[in-house]
Design a binder for this molecule. Structure first.
Ligand code: HEM
Length: 154
């Protein structure tokens, strides 16, 4: 079962997407706390380019997951399916526009109230997607038997 190449690709794409968001999040907090303004601007620029592989990974994970789970009605897989549109809308409506706004303000050296307001929103939305992707990872590993499910409460 774990050797099904489609499942491996699905899991690898999902794990890569999770890891990229985690790197963006930690890089953002790290440079905001410790970095100079040019360093913050460099990280913001790198995140724009990093969104290309990120979106590719999440689209691949979502599409392959929907295909793998098409006939599945077990609750963990249904939960995974329901989380995916939330992850996608959060990404496309909040995270992508925030990344462009923040990169443009940072490259112009405009670190004003708007910058920090949108930066806070981006960190919260990013943490939300990390949590939802983490739950999808966990439910996927449990469904495939790679991770032990919690003992049923008797
Ligand atoms: C992008 C978010 C997602 C992540 C991070 C993720 C992660 C994973 C992981 C790690 C596995 C285990 C694969 C293995 O051990 O071989 C898995 C399996 C699976 N995932 Fe996802 N997944 C995601 C989205 C989805 C979606 C949207 C669906 C649709 C319902 C889905 C359906 C499945 C199914 C059916 C399996 C196979 C479970 C089994 O072996 O019984 N996944 N996923």
């Amino acid at each position: 079962m774990g050797h099904d190449p489609r499942k491996r690709l699905h899991a690898a794409a999902g794990a890569a997407g999770f890891t990229i968001i985690l790197i963006f999040w930690l890089g953002t907090v790290g440079t905001e706390l410790l970095g100079s303004q040019p360093m913050i601007a460099a990280v913001k620029g790198a995140i724009l380019w990093g969104m290309i592989p990120l979106i590719a990974c999440l689209a691949a994970a979502g599409a392959s997951g929907l295909a793998l789970g098409r006939r599945r009605t077990d609750p963990p897989i249904q939960r995974k399916r329901r989380r995916m549109p939330v992850i996608a809308l959060n990404g496309l409506l909040i995270l992508v526009p925030s990344a462009f706004f923040l990169a443009s303000r940072a490259s112009a050296g405009r670190f004003d109230g708007w910058f920090y307001g949108i930066q806070t929103l981006e960190l919260v939305a990013g943490a939300t997607n990390l949590a939802l992707l983490g739950l999808n990872l966990r439910d996927g590993l449990r469904a495939s038997g790679r991770l032990r499910a919690p003992a049923a409460t008797a």
